[in-house]
Design a protein around this ligand. Sequence first.
Ligand code: GLY
Length: 387
Amino acid sequence: MLERAGGGLPSFADGTDNKSGGAMFTRRHWLSASAVLAAAPQALPAGGKPIVISSANGLRACARAMEMIRSGADTLDAVVAGVNIVEEDPEDDSVGYGGLPNEEGVVELDSCVMHGPTRRAGSVASIRGVKTPSKVAKLVMEQTDHIMLVGEGAGRFAKAYGFKEENLLTEKSRLAWLVWKRSLRDASGHNNWIGGPGALKPAARLKQMFPEASDELLAYAWERAVNPPTGTINCLALNAKGEMSGVTTTSGLAWKIPGRVGDSPIIGAGLYVDQDVGAAGSTGRGEENIRIAGGHTIVENMRHGMSPREACLDAVKRVARNYDNDRARLAKFDISFYALGRDGQYGSAALWSGTAKNGQVRPRQFAVNDGGKSRLENCAYLYERKG
Ligand code: GLY
């Protein structure tokens, strides 16, 4: 578990606590507070139904966020606490601890947050050694007048706030990385490892290389080596007062070139929240999302009258258009968008209807919690994936 020295958020000289929706604290911050007040929405609808949505890996995140919102927590505190569950879960290999590393075997994380009521944002990219980058992104928002910190600077900032440097590789992700490394070949089919291709099928070859690992673990590692994932979690929330916030957090593309940054920490791509309109975010191949500024595009679509679902489908169509709608090239990746309107409508759309495995297609889904148990709903999609 990640621990922060001192525990809790810092207090300030004037005795105020540092809460996401709270007042600003320093003289410099008082200045930005006036700007915030000037931009604040007129009146929020009271008595609306709180709702939290996320990517499909966020069932527990939505439940935690909803529980906090119902007990009066700020929407950003709620969604960050929600995704912290996934960031700290070693079994989710696309987010936080246990996330698949870069090509050098180092886990680099990206995250951003947006707080609707105060219209503030914070972000970290390529941060190493911290399990919960979403907490660091929130601190960037709360404690600095910057928006984004990257790499070493982001790490030093986290340390200054008491985050301990930790090894984010699990035995599972380390094995997957080694399998990927050992699967690489030059044009003649050679690589530097003992136990080359030979006559053995991949499974038998892997067993020879890693005799201690279970067949299940090796099958997982091989799948990840040949199909590098771009998982991620995006989580968006609306409370009964109409206040909205969002967070996106990821370990990014597996086996990436060190320093590669995807869409997740990019305000306007991996996440966008406009307190007057709604919120949107994305998971999947970040490069495609950055090229269409997906989060912002979807919120603008909703501002101009589209439902969240239509707005997400439009974003997906923009991604496809960048490939001249060529399904053969588009089949090499997937991307999903999620949107929540300030009126409580929500929706999601993916490029492909689902993921194919052993002739079966598992539908693309997203998580929803509107007060009861979290559930999965199917995403709208542009193209049907055939088994
Ligand atoms: N959407 C996550 C990434 O591409 O890094």
